[in-house]
Design a protein around this ligand. Structure first.
Ligand SMILES: Cc1c(C(=O)c2nccn2C)oc2cccc(OCCCNCc3cccnc3)c12
Length: 400
């Protein structure tokens, strides 16, 4: 395992931007300005990823970008836009944010590439490879040579493949928007009852995290995720940002990322987090938005000191995570979420059957740019693609 290309130096990298078609120009988006944040939001609102049937489109808010694109170490020159020279109209975007990866305990200073978006009217102009080459140049100029990215499509050699899973919370709405279907031998009332979630949480000591919890969360999280093969490691400032919300917080609470802790006798024994990212529903008379939560990072000290494959420790962790994530569903329901999404990564397979997560028909492939790695299990059987509960995933990193 290791870098593919021999190490270059920043001074070997061109200082001039990659050539663009003559009608277009590169622009560094200024995401400290509401105007540019809104321009990026609108471009993606109208042109970003949709599901197969063009029923749903991601709806990333400007608060979401304040969180996702401005972590510690963020750079304006890594928020790359393409404008039409004549009109100034934003027609494409790609971003990089700094992340420290660890692959089997080897630290890899990297970036995370995300939000590659090209206006629908400019597809098939081969703009995507140009955007990727330009963001690579801008990152290399800062002496970073590896990158993490995900895609629904299969490109050469994913480092891991995980499967989408969904836990319906508001089954009736999911049925209205044709995401969930009524099985032939069931009634709507039975489906609604099957997915009913309690109105209140049950874990003793569960509460919203506050900034003062960050050191304890950081210590627990470092210990917990040491057992995965591919993780994102966090500085204290990165815990403050990614788990406490950073700039997306208004009066201490983020509207995007929601983090909860379990405090038992003055000690933080567990935490979990999820982020809210709605879908725009296309062409539906009853609903134009779908409330979606995505499981983010979590940790528990249950069974932490045992060997990862110790059956008793695993069973104890499964029980604990089932209780915690059951409460995450309750909190998501209180926030108006219609479906709670998770991947087969992390230790999610330990609770998803018990909590009625169902396998989706989407897959998320993880890619490492310029780094050769042995494959990592994504929590599914490579042949059947079915969720493999026994094979807990080696993927600890979560991509937005
Ligand atoms: C996306 C997504 C969906 C859906 O598409 C979906 N849920 C309810 C209705 N729909 C249509 O379901 C998931 C389950 C787990 C993780 C996920 O995503 C993980 C993070 C995705 N990163 C963004 C991304 C962008 C482009 C391609 N792939 C991923 C998803």
């Amino acid at each position: 395992e290791g870098p593919i290309e021999r190490a270059k130096r920043p001074e070997d990298i061109p200082s001039q931007p990659f050539p663009l078609l003559s009608d277009f120009e590169w622009v560094d988006m200024d995401l400290t300005s509401q105007e540019d944040l809104t321009a990026v939001h609108e471009l993606l609102y109208e042109n970003y990823v949709e599901d197969q049937d063009a029923t749903f489109r991601f709806n990333y808010s400007t608060e979401f970008f304040n969180w996702a694109l401005k972590p510690p170490g963020w750079k304006k020159e890594w928020h790359v836009g393409v404008r039409v020279k004549a009109t100034g109209r934003l027609v494409a975007f790609i971003s990089a944010v700094p992340i420290t990866l660890e692959l089997r305990t080897r630290a890899i200073p990297s970036v995370e590439i995300n939000f590659l978006c090209i206006h629908k009217k400019l597809r098939t102009k081969r703009l995507a490879p140009v955007l990727i080459k330009e963001i690579t140049r801008r990152v290399n100029r800062h002496d970073i040579w590896q990158a993490l990215y995900t895609a629904g499509i299969v490109l050469p050699a994913p480092v891991a493949t995980c499967r989408y899973t969904h836990r319906p919370i508001n089954w009736a709405t999911l049925h209205d928007v044709k995401f969930s279907h009524l099985p032939p031998n069931k009634t709507k009332a039975q489906m609604v009852a099957h997915y009913a979630v309690p109105l209140t949480t049950s874990t003793v000591g569960l509460r919203r995290a506050v900034p003062a919890d960050a050191p304890a969360i950081h210590a627990l999280f470092d210990r917990y995720q040491a057992h995965f093969d591919l993780i994102q490691t966090f500085t204290r400032a990165e815990v403050d940002h990614w788990l406490m919300g950073g700039e997306s917080t208004v009066d201490g609470a983020s509207k995007v990322v929601h983090t909860y802790v379990v405090e038992t006798e003055g000690k933080i024994t567990d935490f979990f987090s999820f982020y809210l990212l709605p879908f725009t529903v296309l062409g539906n008379p009853q609903h134009d938005q779908l409330g979606v939560a995505y499981l983010f990072y979590y940790a528990s000290d249950t069974g932490l000191d045992a060997d990862r494959f110790d059956a008793h420790a695993t069973a104890a962790l499964a029980t604990r995570l089932t209780a915690l994530m059951g409460d995450a569903l309750v909190i998501a329901q209180q926030l108006g979420v219609d479906v709670f999404n998770a991947l087969t990564s992390q230790d999610n397979n330990l609770f998803m059957n018990e909590l009625k997560f169902g396998a989706g028909d989407g897959y998320l492939n993880f890619y490492l740019f310029n780094y050769k790695s042995f494959p990592i299990t994504g929590g599914i059987n490579p042949q059947t693609k079915e969720i493999d509960v026994a094979a807990r995933s080696g993927v600890g990193v979560v991509m937005l």
